[in-house]
Design a protein around this ligand. Structure first.
Ligand SMILES: *[C@@H]1O[C@H](CO)[C@@H](O)[C@H](O)[C@H]1NC(C)=O
Ligand SMILES: *[C@@H]1O[C@H](CO)[C@@H](O)[C@H](O)[C@H]1NC(C)=O
Length: 505
């Protein structure tokens, strides 16, 4: 009887892997990610945990039971005291966990990271990060950009950057200095002129609508604390739309203005949007919807999601109103609502207004409709990171990472007019397995591309490429002011790279 019971269990184990190997093996589980590298300073450091069973099988769902992974992070030396915010690991619902932590001071000796499952150490825990380990506000740039890019595992090529610079083999700073203020700042008034010299950032605003420079300021300062930036002089368009529409063969030709959103008919060089940038800098502090937290809030499992497409948003483009009409006529396929009217106020009576919905609740729905706003809809990266299928409207607008994405592999394309939207939703409902696969692929590529450390790599690479092509030395122009590093007197940070006497020469 005893032995037969055993055989039965083994058989069950083979047929139902989840039941058969329900126990997590702390030793066999996997831990990896940038947050285990001392030199990889980020606003929020992070790493991943993969639950693996005693038989070596990856969990593809959260392990059952009440035991959870637990992470304890402390200064290596008991003499060093620093505040480290360590929320629980985020359960990504697929057998993996995302651990984030924010340091409020630096440690000289190092950090000790214990990862526990129950009372057992996981993988190679405890992890010792040999110091110094700097916090976000420690001004301690690596002098050698090669070393820094290696520590950050920056890719050697970014396809969008390569593409963007093809039109600009050399960059004529004097011409830009003469031309840009009159040509671009009058119409839109959203251009910010930056010069970086000796890793100090200077800027002036050209126009009235440049408040969003707070986002570029904070990112450039953050980058300058990590790596010594090249000397560079450039113009950042902080408005919504790209601005340089001249073609390479025009006379005069186009100039390289940097923008947050690109379009196929313009020549602007793109950077990650202010939205993605700011949310990365403010993770675990000023924001709750960010590229990391969303990964632990992707709603029910695929099979339990509502089989409808969802849209919520403002009325910033006419197709969005059309969505609401479609939704009223086909409520079984589409649940679309406008949450605020600004551009088409006269339509509110007819189409109605719905309450705001938190992002995390979006993922109760199986399909997400992504329709442009004034430009690219900046929710797209978040939608991809959810666990739903994204139906993306064709668009001439793009963000820095779109070029890597492929229709039917990472999302389902929908015509700009949305005339085929219902058909595509029906396709997804009838081809559930395929739809789920595309959703997973989209999520997986977004998890890879949109990691915070990759954003830093991207910013750096744009500045580096740009700097290489400058035909003359960048200048600190009249009217520019220094953008100072924030005051961080409360926390200790003695940068080992700074030789006190040479500082600021
Ligand atoms: C298990 O998970 C890890 C991390 O997610 C992955 O690299 C590895 O390929 C997976 N192994 C199998 C057999 O799927
Ligand atoms: C779906 O929801 C039901 C009821 O809440 C639950 O019992 C079931 O386990 C869920 N299915 C999955 C795949 O999570």
């Amino acid at each position: 009887m005893g032995s037969r019971g055993c055989a039965l269990l083994l058989l069950l184990g083979a047929a139902l892997p989840l039941l058969g190997s329900a126990a997590v093996s702390p030793e066999r589980s996997l831990v990896w990610g940038p947050g285990l590298e001392a030199g990889l300073a980020l606003p929020v450091r992070y790493f991943y945990i993969q639950a693996v069973s005693a038989t070596g099988r990856n969990f593809s769902r959260s392990p059952p039971g009440r035991t959870q992974f637990k992470v304890v992070i402390k200064a290596l030396s008991p003499k060093e005291v620093t505040r480290i915010y360590t929320p629980h690991p985020l359960d990504r619902n697929d057998g993996t966990f995302l651990m984030r932590y924010r340091m409020y001071g630096s440690v000289r000796k190092g950090l000790k990271i214990e990862i526990l499952y129950g009372d057992k150490h996981v993988a190679q825990s405890p992890y010792i990060l040999k110091g110094p380990v700097y916090h976000e506000y420690c001004d301690c740039p690596e002098e050698d950009p090669e070393i820094w890019q290696n520590v950050f595992s920056c890719p050697s090529q970014e396809p969008q950057i390569t593409k963007d610079f093809i039109s600009f083999p050399t960059i004529d700073l004097q011409r830009m200095f003469k031309e840009i203020p009159s040509k671009f700042s009058q119409t839109r008034g959203a251009i910010v002129h930056y010069t970086i010299v000796n890793n100090h950032i200077y800027r002036r605003s050209l126009g009235k609508y440049t408040d969003f420079k707070m986002f570029s300021d904070e990112m450039l300062l953050s980058l300058a604390r990590k790596v010594h930036l090249p000397n560079v002089e450039f113009y950042l368009n902080v408005g919504d739309w790209p601005v340089e529409y001249r073609k390479v063969n025009d006379t005069p030709g186009p100039i390289p203005i940097i923008s947050w959103c690109g379009s196929v008919d313009s020549r602007d060089i793109v950077l990650p949007t202010y939205d993605v940038t700011h949310s990365t800098l403010e993770t675990l502090r000023g924001v709750t919807n960010d590229l990391l937290s969303i990964q632990g809030n992707t709603g029910p499992f695929w099979d339990n999601k509502t089989e409808q497409a969802l849209f919520r948003g403002r009325d910033s483009r006419e197709e969005r109103l059309y969505l609401v009409k479609l939704s009223k006529e086909n409520p079984e396929l589409l649940d679309a609502g406008i949450t605020g009217y600004f551009f088409f106020r006269e339509k509110e009576k007819e189409l109605g207004k719905v309450p705001l919905m938190g992002f995390f609740d979006f993922f109760k729905y199986k399909y997400q409709v992504n329709v442009d706003g004034t430009v690219a809809a900046y929710r797209f990266p978040y939608l991809l990171l959810g666990d739903s299928l994204v139906l993306k409207q064709d668009s001439q607008y793009y963000e820095h990472f779109y070029t890597v994405l492929k229709p039917w592999k990472h999302y389902v394309p929908v015509k700009r007019s949305l005339e085929d939207l219902l058909e595509k939703i029906k396709w997804a409902k009838e081809n559930d397995e395929e739809a789920q696969k595309i959703a997973k692929e989209g999520q997986s590529v977004a998890r890879e591309l949109l990691q915070p450390h990759r954003l830093y790599c991207y910013y750096y690479k744009v500045l580096q490429k740009y700097a290489e092509r400058q035909a003359s030395e960048p200048e600190i122009r009249d009217g520019m002011e220094l953008v100072p590093q924030p005051d961080d007197r409360d926390s200790v940070c003695s940068c080992h790279r700074k030789k006190p006497l040479r500082e600021d020469l």
